[in-house]
Design a protein around this ligand. Sequence first.
Ligand code: ZN
Length: 233
Amino acid sequence: MIAAVPNPAKVATARKSLLHDVDEVRLAAEMVAFGARLQVLEAEVSLSRERLTRLYKELRGVSPPKGQLPFSPDWFLAWRPNIHASLFLSAYDFLVTQSTYSRIECVLAAYRLYVEQAATIGEESILSFTRAWTLIRFVEIDTLKLCPCSSCGGKYVRHTYDLQDKLVCGLCAPPPRAATGRGRQTSTPGDVQARQARQPREPVPERLQGCAQPHAARVSSVQIEAELNRHQA
Ligand SMILES: [Zn+2]
């Protein structure tokens, strides 16, 4: 009688697909922990909708919210969202060029850095994970991009085909009443620059002043080091 010897090729494939499955569940769980919408999970991992819904319920104790994803690029151009989006996208850009992470791992790591940095300066993380993910999609389809500010040299998010030259970022030209947080939230940096000529400007809230460094330097090297170590562990 011939003993049943497992086919090495089949074993390797099964093991690989199992590991792939584990990896996808881990990624999905990380995204769920950040509150990612179901559509985001479905776009990033190949697990079934049923499994993703179950995972979401297990981790958050509620069903995933229904409804459309936030889809307007204009949200990222309002004054305060623009600062948050620029902080996240700068970290993402850095990780894409300096790490060996996959694209979605870069999104997750950059989002973690953004949340930590916002907490450090006492700012609420107004950029949700789903919005951050949407921002990356807008960058990938060439709708939004990081551009250098003509005043401080830091990079900030603006429309790819913005025809105006020499625009400045929201930190260099905050809207009136920015200090009280009651500034017009719909102002784009372009609007702000135009208004700046007409109205005296109030100072940026102290907690945001730390962001006024060139954006590439905003996420400290210590944080990035910690993030890279966390990934390798
Ligand atoms: Zn600037």
